[in-house]
Design a binder for this molecule. Structure first.
Ligand SMILES: [Mg+2]
Length: 294
C-alpha cells in the first residue's frame, strides 16, 4: 500500500490551529487506501498525547501511525549495548515518559540538582553571585550515563550546568532533534537545536541526532508500513523533512505554510531540494504520484 508521511507542526497545524484542507486531505488519502503516518521531531509529548491531540483536531490516527523523535530516541537507547540505565533529560516529560516506557531509568525534573534555588538566587537581576554560590554548593549525584536533549520550554541555567557536568564526565550525548525553530500560533519559538547547540559549545562535543534530517523516524514508518508501495513525505522544512525523505528514497513534498516560504524553498540545495513545492494541502492531489486519488 502507498504511504504518506506527514510532518505535523507547520503542515497539519500550528499550535492548536488546524491548517486549511488538513482533515479533508487525510480523509481522502485514507479512503483511497493510503497508509497515513505522522512523523514529528517535536519531543515534548508522548505518542499517546499526540493521538489525543490529533483526535481533538479531527485528524484521526492511532499510536501505530505516530512516530516522534522522543519515541525513536527511546528505541535507539534501548538497542544500545550496553543499554544506558540512568538518563538525564534536558527536555519535557513527554521525552522522559517515552524513555521510561522502554524500561530505562530517567531522572525526574524535580530531582535534578539546581531545581530548587532559594529566592535570593532565583530572582533575576538581583545577584548572579547568589546563583553561582547555590550552584557551587549543591550536593551532586553520581553522573548519569546518558544526556538526552529535546525541546525544553522550562530550560534553566542550572539544568544546562548539570548536563554540561555529565557531558564533560563522559556521558553519552543524544539529541532527539536539532530543529532551529518551533512554529506555533503566529510566531516562531526557539527549537531544540538551539539547546543542543548550547550544550555542544559548553561541552566541546557533538550530539548524535535521532530526528530528521537523520532517517530513523522514516525508517521506522517504512518498517511498520511493511514496504512495497511508494512513499511520499510532506513537510515544511527542506533541511529536515526533505533531506530525511531523500535518505529513505521517498518523494519529498515541501509545503510553504510553516517554517519555509516559497522564496526560501527556492534556496534549498543538494538533498534538501524538494521534488515538489505546494502552497496548501489540497494541491497535493495535483501531483503525479497522487493524481489518481479521488
Ligand atoms: Mg514542521
Amino acid at each position: 500500500m502507498p504511504v504518506a508521511i506527514f510532518d505535523m507542526d507547520g503542515v497539519l497545524y500550528r499550535g492548536n490551529v488546524v491548517m486549511p484542507h488538513a482533515r479533508e486531505t487525510l480523509a481522502r488519502l485514507r479512503a483511497a487506501r493510503w497508509q497515513v503516518f505522522f512523523a514529528t521531531n517535536n519531543s515534548t509529548a508522548s505518542r499517546a498525547e499526540y493521538v489525543s491531540r490529533l483526535t481533538t483536531l479531527g485528524l484521526g490516527g492511532d499510536e501505530e501511525h505516530v512516530v516522534t523523535s522522543a519515541y525513536a530516541t527511546a528505541h535507539y537507547l534501548e538497542r544500545l549495548d550496553p543499554k544506558p540505565n540512568d538518563v538525564f533529560v534536558v527536555g519535557a516529560n513527554g521525552l522522559r515518559d517515552e524513555i521510561s516506557a522502554v524500561g530505562i531509568g530517567v531522572r525526574r525534573a524535580e530531582d535534578q540538582p539546581g531545581a530548587h534555588p532559594p529566592p535570593e538566587a532565583a530572582a533575576d537581576g538581583r545577584s548572579p553571585a547568589a546563583m553561582r554560590e547555590y550552584l557551587t554548593h549543591l550536593d551532586l549525584p553520581p553522573l548519569p550515563d546518558a544526556v538526552v536533549v529535546g525541546l525544553d520550554l522550562h530550560l534553566t541555567y542550572a539544568r544546562l550546568a548539570e548536563a554540561q557536568r555529565a557531558l564533560l564526565g563522559g556521558a553519552r550525548f543524544v539529541a532527539s532533534n536539532k530543529d532551529r525553530a518551533y512554529p506555533v500560533e503566529g510566531r516562531l519559538l526557539p527549537g531544540a537545536g538551539s539547546i543542543v547547540k548550547a550544550l555542544e559549545v559548553a561541552s566541546g562535543r557533538a550530539a548524535l541526532c535521532i530526528g530528521k534530517p537523520e532517517p530513523f523516524l522514516f525508517q521506522e514508518v517504512i518498517r511498520r508500513a511493511g514496504g512495497g508501495g511508494p512513499v511520499i513525505v510532506v513537510g515544511d522544512a527542506p533541511e529536515y523533512d526533505i533531506v530525511a525523505a531523500h535518505k529513505v528514497g521517498a518523494v519529498g513534498v515541501l509545503i510553504t505554510t510553516g517554517l519555509t516560504d516559497r522564496a526560501a524553498a527556492g534556496a534549498a540545495t543538494g538533498d534538501a531540494v524538494p521534488d515538489h513545492v505546494i502552497g496548501s494541502l489540497d494541491q497535493l492531489f495535483a501531483l503525479p504520484q497522487l493524481v489518481d486519488v479521488r
